[in-house]
Design a protein around this ligand. Sequence first.
Ligand SMILES: [Zn+2]
Length: 353
Amino acid sequence: MKKLINLVLIISLFSCQNKYYTMDDFASVEKIDAHYHIYTAENNSVEQAQNDNFKLFAINTYSGGCERVVEDHRWLKAARDNHPDVVAYSATFCLDGWDEPAWTANTISWIDQCLADGANSVKVWKNIGMEFRNKDSVLIMIDDAKFDPVFQHLAEKGIPLVGHLGEPKNCWLPLDEMTTKNDSGYFSRNPQYHMFMHPEFPSYEEQMAARDRMLDTNPDLIFIGCHLASLEWSVDELAKWFDKYPNTAVDMAARMGQLFYQTVNEREKVRNFFIKYQDRLMYGTDIIDRGENGEAFQRRMHETWLRDWEYLISDNKMTSNLINGEFNGLQLPKEVVNKIYAVNYKKWFKSLP
Ligand SMILES: [Zn+2]
């Protein structure tokens, strides 16, 4: 009997140790960066991804003009054709010709061409709602009925819409009131998108409401909300949104700072959120590869990936240049970590890099 108890003790100790990953497991676990950008024909990203056992979901974005969209589509197609085991990518579409009746048919045919080339999804960006105007200078929001045939087309094909809509809530605050340094840094460099300085534009709440009306109109559309669906400031709000829209998942790209920020004072709440919504969350960084500074760039990729791994798998005491204050890692169970890093991506995008 005593022997049996000892055996049970040893087994339970063993299984407890095996419930969590360690820092040493980083290289051996399959991981996908579910929000990445490659704007180059250079190979730095793929090389580093292979070194760190990552796959890359590279997102094309309609920023910087329609020619850039077409050019990036070519780079992404080449990256995937050359490294189908590492790279997957999204299409995006332009708003040039929006006021012409042919825009809808042209856009659908461009999307179909990109999907035939190998794209697995379609991205919409914050310029819808924050920048683009029609010929009468009316700001176009994401719930504009003109988008619906495009979204219906995606829903019928089971193709996810990847959406960066609106901005972090910090965007509507002055720089010195923002909760994370990545936001105050970004908006000081990009004042054109700093909505606190542009009160004539829609409010944060109006951006979120337009996105939700679009989802109400398109209940069969699979929607992947970039950057924690712009609900990065509160895991409670994101939980409510998940409950209301079952056909959605999110990436956490460029919003780790907001997760760290909430973890400083409410670690258990954040951890419970990750466990409850473990099927809806995907790891991502928003790293942009422009083909510059090969080695320094690769070092930054590695360090970013390693920092986030530490936060998700360990309970180490951590600091970050993204926020003030100390916080402990979430130490999520292996099963949850596997979902966040790979299983969920494969499920939601129905494709493998
Ligand atoms: Zn991005």
